[in-house]
Design a protein around this ligand. Sequence first.
Ligand SMILES: Cc1cc2nc3c(=O)[nH]c(=O)nc-3n(C[C@H](O)[C@H](O)[C@H](O)COP(=O)(O)OP(=O)(O)OC[C@H]3O[C@@H](n4cnc5c(N)ncnc54)[C@H](O)[C@@H]3O)c2cc1C
Length: 654
Amino acid sequence: MTRPTSTNFFLDNDDLRFQLSRVDWPTLVALQEAAFADEDGFKDPAEARAFYEDVLTNLGEFIAKEIAAHEHELDAQHPVLKDGEVVPAARMKKILDQMQALGALSLTLPRRLGGSNVPILVQNILVEMITRADASVAAEFGFYSGIGQALLFYSMEEGSVEMKDGVPVKTRFDDVVRRIAENQEWGAMVLTEPGAGSDLAQIKAKAVLAADGNWRLTGQKIFITAGHGDHHIVIARSEDDKAHPGLKGLSLFYVPRFVDAQGKRCKKTDAGARKNFELGGVEHKMGQHSAVAATINYDESHAELLGQRGHGFLGMLMLMNNARISVGFEGIGTCEAAWRMARAYADERVTMGKPIAHHEMIADYLDEMEVVIRGLRAITFDAAYHEEVSARLKVMGKLKPAPEAEQAEADKKIRRHKRKARALTPLIKYWAGEECVRQARMCMQIMGGIGYITETGAEKILRDALVIPVYEGTSQIQALMALKDNLQAAIRNPTRFLSELATARLETLSARSDLEKGEARLRHHAMSAMQTIITRIAADKLGDVRGRPLAEWKSAFMKDWNPQKDFSFGLLHAERLTKLLTWSAVAETLVRQSNDVKGSADYEERASLALRFIERFEPRARGVVAEIEATGGSLIGRVLARPKRERGAAKAAE
Ligand SMILES: Cc1cc2nc3c(=O)[nH]c(=O)nc-3n(C[C@H](O)[C@H](O)[C@H](O)COP(=O)(O)OP(=O)(O)OC[C@H]3O[C@@H](n4cnc5c(N)ncnc54)[C@H](O)[C@@H]3O)c2cc1C
């Protein structure tokens, strides 16, 4: 027994293709094709979509035949560092060469630079399918066109772009992007240091503006996926610590692997080319074996500033938002692999007179896995769409500013899309990360003893999955972001919050259908948990808040604010609140989608999926709300009451 066979990872996945059909392609394609101004581009959204589906169909077959079929080899091979260079895992190298030949590594790059100008959403669908086959290939795949795309975005953001007839014709990174598109070069996203992972304010790598007007960057970075690439986007401290402490002192840099005698970026094969930084090692990891995670040592390395000084964290967030959505797709691909393997085994394995798939508990596991995957995919597609549309609208506004009134309208649209993407991104990164680990474990459990045996590949799915809740911001960091954004919005506008809470409560009884009532119940649970958290924080800070006018809350809340202490109750329950917000977002999306397809052949199945989700998660949400209401006081008391000596020691260690 091993992974169930498939000849095409796109065509065998009806739910994936349903989500693809729900995307607002006319809007996305018009932005992607610069309102169809490019002579070499598609002429209408239908032509573009047919092309994207061809790409997905062809690569769906490639992924099944050439990646999934070699998953054990990919697991057995490790990249190594030899004479300062990475020797890649042989199968990984072969797969990436094949993908390069198929144009799969440059899909999202512009046509004029050798790419296919495909939306990032399509690339993300590939990430899901590749992860289903092997997570290490997906991990490296993202650092080809993803890095090229990011450099182009930065160039457009800072305004270093030449335009002709409303279309960008030249950026400062054209040479780099062309090399990525044509030569199997790639890049890396370089943040983490031995003392700075979740807490980027601790970054020590330093960039100094030398007398010759060029930047030199020094410091060590660790765990860098695809760090043996030629094009690094690095965050480092560029400003004076005292004047610009923490995140404010960070800037973003492009650091090439090879430079010429003048320190200018160049190709490895150019005369006089020399290395601009050294690789310090390649990690031995528990999973994703074929992918490189490298230590990088920069020593007075030549660097080029991206965007404005001191705006590095903001710039990195743009890259991180996309990367987090992409990791959401990795999580879905992992769940899909686990669920399919478990289902195939459960159909075959007979105990006590019937296949285990027909024993109630196993049937429940399998049903839960399927419902979660499909709910997760629905919100992840939404997040990806809104992130991409907001980014493209923003770039378009910069490159081709519209008359004032139109631009104001466009800015409103950008804010609306960005708000949706920002609300969903931490939820999907959180839930995809947590669920893929849980589903990999469920798959092993469903397979019994044989799941523990290496040849089946079940334990590989779990090993590969375990880092997904860690990289690109851990689950806890996602939960902190979701907590902060939601509580801030409620505190800023308590009247609106309370009116939305009342609406949710009313709709649990008065909504048009049972599905909508169920959705309202999940929304109400999330909002009442927020109310509990806010009331508790307010009570801790202000004494009893009952009877105080709402208008007074905001000013009283913000006065003498100490986020470390005052927010404790919220911080303690951040993950619980994130679960509630996620389940509410999934219910909203599934019910909306089922309403949208009313009258079509898809309706019955989509309505039944929404109902299955609500039936599973509404009672669970009630339990989480009860946990928030009932727990916390004594734990916070104990943590905050740690002896001063202990706290002092922890501070000294920082
Ligand atoms: C295989 C692999 C690939 C990677 N690829 C890259 C890459 O390409 N580029 C890159 O820059 N980095 C990369 N990383 C690094 C990764 O992003 C970090 O490991 C991750 O962000 C966590 O940072 P840390 O390891 O320093 O953990 P820490 O920040 O020390 O966190 C340790 C634990 O404490 C929790 N924690 C921290 N702060 C809080 C808080 N305020 N409240 C509650 N809990 C908290 C965390 O959630 C975590 O559980 C990679 C790591 C691995 C293992």
